[in-house]
Design a protein around this ligand. Structure first.
Ligand SMILES: NC(=O)c1ccc[n+]([C@@H]2O[C@H](COP(=O)([O-])OP(=O)(O)OC[C@H]3O[C@@H](n4cnc5c(N)ncnc54)[C@H](OP(=O)(O)O)[C@@H]3O)[C@@H](O)[C@H]2O)c1
Length: 407
């Protein structure tokens, strides 16, 4: 009989607990597939275990504590001690990726992290292995299930953001403190990781600007329906003008876009490259068992001897001013010539209008339009100028739009 492989488990909460259960349940299948039977060598929580003793007894370490401290120290200790590490910790990788990948490389051991991005969707493996030598142009998608659930419910029910957030918390789709999910920070960490992999360049969390969904109103969603649009919180990492742009923002998509029907707490990621055209993968974005299953997949890959190479090739510049299409919502005075004045400001900035609807009368008059792709700086300048016109009754609201229509 071959030697068992001893696994040190750091953290035994939602994911760690599910991982321990799955490991016991699938031990026979793992032995059949890899030739080695896994067994838990020790568990570390706040009340149990000691890191030194666990590292001593382990062949491989699974980090499911979360956060950067003490997870960073423990993962570095494990790598330096020559133990391969599997983690689901996006914050750790997005903030300390350079250091961790560097130490893993020096130590000649694997650091795997499939569960850190987009839950059970095997996007890390796909980018690193299947598309390992493909020149990727763009990776983008819905990488936060909480916000996708909220936006889907708001669009379906017409209810306000706060009301739907409370329901998401009741159903367990949003945490008691949902800030990092709803403000886009969680998605930004995942996009920093995906951008690093896709473009082989260092990308830190502090280089990813993000916007959340807290300001989205039911009437934005109702107007958007008239244009055939649905709203998603998108993470986008793409090559632009010799550099890359990595961002998170709420964005309208036309019906027919592969991401438009992805609803509820699901995630979906698209990869675009000349050699593959485009690939879309979707699946549950979180959950104890689902995440643990992705962690276990990484453990099996390590035991099978598969070794993806994560190498950073060059430092690509981050491009700040990119172009986008926009939805613009204006509350206006119900007077002749208002639309013409707004169109003039847009025209002066070379921004053309794709579609427009006018609703209401008197104090309730609104102009809602979609403008074609333009530089974000030009659009911001135009909105600033429009906001100062005397016929405008409140601060203009705008949301990006992906114009591309798929058939
Ligand atoms: N939950 C999900 O659906 C999901 C999805 C994708 C990725 N993830 C990632 O998976 C990781 C784990 O998440 P989780 O939801 O399982 O978290 P969790 O339920 O809060 O569990 C955390 C575990 O870590 C232990 N821990 C916390 N601080 C510690 C410390 N200073 N020293 C030792 N142990 C400590 C806790 O110990 P006690 O038991 O003593 O409290 C607990 O066992 C995170 O990186 C998270 O981002 C989670």
């Amino acid at each position: 009989m071959s030697e068992p492989v001893r696994i040190g488990l750091l953290g035994r909460g939602t994911v760690g607990g599910a991982f321990a259960g799955l490991l016991a349940e699938r031990a026979g299948a793992i032995e059949a597939a890899t030739g080695r039977r896994p067994e838990l060598a020790g568990t570390l929580t706040r009340s149990e275990g000691e890191i030194g003793a666990i590292l001593e007894r382990s062949d491989l370490v699974v980090e499911l504590i979360g956060g950067t401290d003490p997870a960073r120290t423990y993962v570095l200790d494990a790598l330096r001690a020559g133990r391969p590490v599997v983690t689901a910790n996006k914050q750790l990788l997005a903030q300390h990726g350079d250091e961790l990948f560097g130490v893993a490389r020096e130590a000649g051991v694997q650091l795997r992290f499939e569960a850190a991005v987009a839950g059970v969707i095997p996007i890390v493996r796909t980018i690193q292995e299947s598309f390992g030598v493909t020149e990727i142009d763009k990776v983008f998608g819905i990488v936060n299930g909480t916000t996708n659930f909220i936006l889907t419910e708001m669009a379906a029910s017409g209810a306000a953001y706060e009301q739907v957030l409370a329901r998401a918390q009741e159903l367990g789709y949003a945490e008691a403190d949902p800030s990092d999910d709803v403000n886009g920070a969680d998605a930004a960490a995942k996009m920093a990781i995906l951008a690093r992999l896709a473009f082989h360049t260092p990308v830190g969390l502090d280089q990813v600007p993000y916007e959340g969904i807290e300001g989205v109103t039911p009437d934005d969603l109702a107007y958007a329906k008239e244009f055939g649009l649905s709203l998603k919180l998108l993470g986008v990492a793409e090559r632009r003008d010799g550099g890359i742009s990595v961002r998170v923002f709420p964005c309208f998509l036309y019906d027919g876009h592969p991401l438009a029907p992805v609803g509820g707490p699901f995630n979906a990621v698209m990869v675009e490259a000349p050699a593959i055209t485009e690939v879309t993968m979707s699946g549950p974005g979180a959950g104890g068992v689902e995440t643990a299953s992705a962690v276990l997949g990484d453990v099996v890959s390590i035991l099978s001897g598969e070794a993806p190479v994560h190498e950073t090739r060059e430092q690509l510049p981050l491009v700040a001013d990119v172009s986008s299409s926009f939805y613009l919502h204006l509350e206006v005075a119900d007077e002749p010539g208002v639309l013409a004045r707004i169109a003039q400001v847009l025209g002066e900035k070379e921004i053309s209008v794709k579609s427009v609807v006018q609703r209401g009368a008197g104090a309730d008059a609104r102009l809602v339009m979609v403008v074609h792709e333009c530089l974000e700086s030009s659009f911001a300048a135009a909105v600033d100028e429009i906001g100062r016109l005397e016929e405008i009754r409140s601060t203009p609201r705008f949301i990006r739009v992906i114009e591309e229509e798929f058939v």
